[in-house]
Design a protein around this ligand. Structure first.
Ligand code: HEC
Length: 476
């Protein structure tokens, strides 16, 4: 029963959540198809289309062409080309022009809206573009309770490079606290429905929190690690972003997207986000090689890929798992990936990438090196793997998942040095400090656990947010 429940929850967090949102505009669409112009509602019929197809590039935080479509008022105000439409008028209607015709300009570089959706927008504008939104701002409201009924799962945890501080993602909030002492955790609310990744920059001065809201936006939030002050946040795409990693030089964060791309989001606000469409399905995790030159990515298409940061081009698909890949990591010499298939393998770059020269031509072209030559087998894990992390010096690799253990390996000879048994719950996230002497873990039961490595001695455990009931959980 418990196992089943754990599966359900992890499924919800990592798999179902984005799915749930995908068809969200359909009921409205169906109802709108059969309604007359007069009864088209902005809130019920138009907003779901705008939110799904336009708002990723036209919001107040990211207004392409100067146009925000967060509210009817914003649309009437318009962008660089003036008001996007005049209510009740068919002519001189910029917005309608841009979504109609043989090759509509909007949504930019994406499939055109269906005729039914264009018709809904057209009818709404012609019938006077009435604004029946409850609030001016229709971003789904995130509610963060003062006290939770039950501890929210810790979806991601990070330990600072010096091992002194912890950052944890508890659903929509980021929580910061020192490992030692009894300073109460600092709670930092976000507008993300779910945070999926938190991490300290390699120099320990910055903190990033990644997440988003389904069918609405992905978000990357940079904080000052010491004060917890938000430096800036950037919205990327239309869906919750998955996990990733800080670049070794700390100037950017690479994260996975539900659009099959790895997105490199720079710390410099003025620089553009680079998106590399590498996978045919959601990218669950991204890591950088220590020289910052290559990305290792893995995801729902079961592939583990190595690509060039400079060109964004695929260098090699190093592995094809039988099941989805949840997490990837790497060192200068190896890429590691794991997931539902429970296997853990190291892929030796030197040999794997030497095989990118091919013999033959066209359809006959084949890599010289075959997979068996560069795969370094490691022991299988007892259950689905959700999380993997290296120490900053990349000498140790920690791994955890839907089984109550955390295992730590040396990356050079891939031998196990630590096994922490009998954990209270499924582990969603592990993090190691710079030299791999401390490990933080977070999971389904909402606890953050901090251990000494290699001894595996528990230093501290706590639920970092206030909860009304701690049934089954001992907070300290
Ligand atoms: C992938 C990004 C993207 C998406 C999605 C997108 N747009 Fe745009 N839009 C742009 C950019 C960029 C511009 C600026 C002009 C240009 O580069 O073509 C723009 C400009 C516009 C303008 C002109 C603004 C002005 O005042 O000059 C309108 C109107 C517009 N978009 C409507 C829409 C609508 C309606 C949708 C959804 C159906 C949509 N866009 C989706 C990127 C996007």
């Amino acid at each position: 029963m418990q196992r089943f429940f754990i599966r359900c929850l992890s499924f919800y967090v990592f798999v179902a959540l984005p799915i749930l949102s995908l068809g969200q505009d359909n009921p409205a669409l169906e109802s709108a198809r059969s309604t007359s112009a007069a009864s088209i509602s902005y809130q019920r019929d138009v907003w779901p289309i705008v939110r799904r197809h336009c708002r990723g590039c036209h919001s107040r935080t990211d207004a392409k062409g100067g146009l925000s479509m967060d509210s009817v008022a914003d649309m009437l105000k318009g962008g660089d080309g003036g008001p996007s439409f005049t209510p009740g008028k068919a002519d001189g209607n910029l917005l309608l022009e841009m979504i109609s015709g043989d090759q509509p300009e909007m949504p930019k570089q994406q499939p055109a809206l269906s005729a039914a959706k264009v018709e809904i927008i057209r009818k709404w504008i012609l019938s006077g573009a009435k604004d029946d939104a409850d609030l001016g701002d229709l971003t789904p409201k995130v509610v963060i309770p003062e006290t939770y009924m039950f501890a929210p799962a810790v979806t991601s945890v990070a330990i600072s490079p010096d091992g002194a501080r912890i950052a944890a993602a508890c659903r929509s909030e980021l929580v910061l606290f020192p490992v030692e002492g009894d300073t109460p955790p600092e709670r930092i609310p976000t507008e993300c429905d779910l945070l999926t990744h938190v991490e300290f920059s390699p120099d320990g001065t910055r903190l990033v929190a990644v997440g988003g809201s389904p069918s609405s936006f992905g978000e990357v939030r940079f904080y000052d690690a010491k004060s917890g002050a938000l430096i800036y946040s950037r919205r990327v795409g239309h869906d919750t972003l998955f996990r990733g990693a800080f670049s070794p030089d700390g100037t950017a964060v690479a994260v996975g997207g539900s659009d099959g791309a790895a997105h490199i989001v720079p710390f410099d606000q003025a620089s553009a986000v680079k998106s590399f469409p590498l996978h045919s399905d959601w990218v669950f995790d991204v890591d950088w090689t220590p020289d910052g030159k290559m990305l290792v990515t893995g995801g729902r298409d079961k592939a583990t890929k190595v690509s060039s940061v400079e060109t964004g081009k695929l260098l090699r698909s190093v592995d094809m798992s039988a099941e989805r890949v949840q997490t990837v990591s790497c060192t200068a010499d190896f890429a590691f990936s794991s997931g539902l298939a429970r296997t853990l393998s190291g892929f030796e770059f030197k040999i794997a990438l030497s095989g990118i020269e091919v013999t033959g031509a066209g359809n006959g072209a084949r890599p010289i090196t075959n997979r068996a030559q560069y795969v370094r087998g490691m022991e299988s894990q007892p259950g689905e793997v959700f999380t993997m992390a290296t120490s900053l010096d990349r000498k140790l690799l920690a791994i955890g998942g839907a089984y109550r253990e955390i295992r730590v390996y040396k990356t050079d000879d891939r031998t196990r040095i630590t096994l922490i048994p009998n954990l209270p719950a499924t582990v969603y996230s592990v993090s190691l400090n710079r030299d791999g002497t401390r490990l933080a873990a977070g999971g389904r039961d909402g606890q953050v656990l901090i251990y000494e490595i290699p001894s595996g001695t528990l230093i501290r455990s706590l639920v970092p947010v206030p909860v009304a009931t701690t049934a089954g959980v001992t907070a300290s």
